[in-house]
Design a protein. Sequence first.
Length: 246
Amino acid sequence: MRPGLALSLLLCGALLRADGLSDLKAALKGLPEPAKVRVKVESESHERESGKDTTERRTTVVEDGPEGLRILEDSRPAPASPKSPEKAPAKTPAKTKGASRGPGPGKRDSGEFQDELRPAGGLLEQLEKARLLEERTEAYEGRPARRLRLAMDLDLDDEARSHLKKADYEATVWIGPDGLPLAMDHRIEVRARVLLLASVWTKIDIRRRFQRVQNRLLMLDEQADVQGSALGKSFSAKESTRCSVL
């Protein structure tokens, strides 16, 4: 057998044996300490509950580096104090940004903007109990990639699981030749019974795209769609987020 053909067969065999989920985890863990970056985060959310619509827009300039994260500019006003009659803005739907609304410009908040500026840690937590269901070669937006279909864990306690009638959580992730994610889709549907005969239904679809800037993985954009009903009342929420490196 010719040496070139033997080498090609060997490489093909190695690719066939490779586990995309393991490659993804290794690539995320192997990212070096991120260099300083400044990003503009633009988000818009639309929430509907009991026939009432709420829309919120926010533009924030955030700087992140070895010393931590700083919010430099924020178009959203700080929450009203408990003594003020002014109503604080509604919470952003679809994902958690920390318990508070975040500090004012110049202040630090370890809970906000982790998904946008440091997504690797959150991805590793999500993938901890994931199972690989399917892997195939599939280009993503014209770039070579592997497409992984994953069964995800909802991380519910026994009490919550006892109320479940249905719980499906799958994710699809496209990874590039370096093993890092190009995009990831989450699809979650939960049906549960509470208060004897009352039921709760929630469906969540989230699509995230990522970008690599120097040695950092950043979120490029996200589209989230939430639908559901609880105790006979329906609700829905949509959120879009886009990050631009300054």
